[in-house]
Design a protein around this ligand. Structure first.
Ligand SMILES: CC(C)(COP(=O)(O)OP(=O)(O)OC[C@H]1O[C@@H](n2cnc3c(N)ncnc32)[C@H](O)[C@@H]1OP(=O)(O)O)[C@@H](O)C(=O)NCCC(=O)NCCS
Length: 197
């Protein structure tokens, strides 16, 4: 039996697969829209910048168990957004892609995140994606803890994290700033599964 981690999986309405450079169309839809980036770094990107950045963004490591996934709607095949398991930046204001390399999970916290194009907001997709990616993290990958941080004004994202079972940690230092932090351990996640049965 292969111990290769299966990186393609599904939730009720979404299909997850590793992001590839050909997903530039989705990246453009996400990262040129100031409403999307408002609480996700606050900066928009040009198509040229995104083309240059794609080889980094498709990087994976630790058997592929951390990186960026493309989310598509199973019913329409439409790309709706991305979800991540990546090293949490602390001093930096963006992912340190040099850490996303090799066979091991890098030192430090691994963050969960999601960015949907605006047309896909308000339908519960982010909660569905976060919930399913946590299942992947704790059932299929060696991760024992997953963290997150948000812009304090991003109430929708806070709601997504709480609905997905992450626990508030007060104000933490991440992305070079003080912001609300969250985390969930594998044992907390497993307890939640038992409770929800
Ligand atoms: C934040 C984001 C991921 C939410 O996606 P979504 O699919 O609309 O989220 P969901 O529908 O799963 O859940 C959103 C929840 O927040 C609630 N919500 C939305 N806007 C809110 C607001 N301004 N204040 C309080 N709650 C809000 C919704 O009612 C919903 O909760 P409910 O199911 O209890 O009613 C999406 O808006 C997005 O991609 N934004 C841009 C990128 C971003 O900010 N990503 C997160 C970076 S940390």
């Amino acid at each position: 039996m292969s111990n290769q981690i299966e990186l393609e999986f599904e939730s009720e309405r979404l299909r997850f697969r590793p992001l590839v450079v050909e997903d530039l169309d989705l990246a453009i839809e996400q990262w040129t829209d100031p409403e999307v980036t408002k609480y996700a770094g606050g900066k928009t990107y040009t198509k040229k910048e995104l083309i240059a950045e794609m080889p980094n963004v498709v990087r994976r490591c630790a058997g592929g168990c951390i990186g960026v996934w493309c989310l598509t709607d199973k019913a329409t095949n439409e790309k709706v957004g991305t979800a991540i398991l990546l090293p949490m930046p602390v001093e930096e204001d963006d992912t340190n892609w040099d850490l996303v390399t090799g066979d091991e999970i890098p030192e430090g916290d691994i963050e969960i995140g999601y960015i949907l194009k605006q047309a896909a907001w308000g339908s519960g997709y982010a909660t569905e994606a976060c919930t399913r990616l946590l299942q992947f993290a704790f059932e299929d990958s060696p991760l024992k803890i997953v963290v997150a941080s948000i812009d304090a004004k991003n109430k929708a994202s806070e709601r997504v994290l709480l609905k997905s079972g992450l626990v508030p940690q007060g104000i933490i230092y991440s992305y070079g700033a003080m912001c609300p932090g969250f985390r969930i351990t594998k044992s907390e996640w497993m307890e939640n599964q038992m409770r929800d049965v």
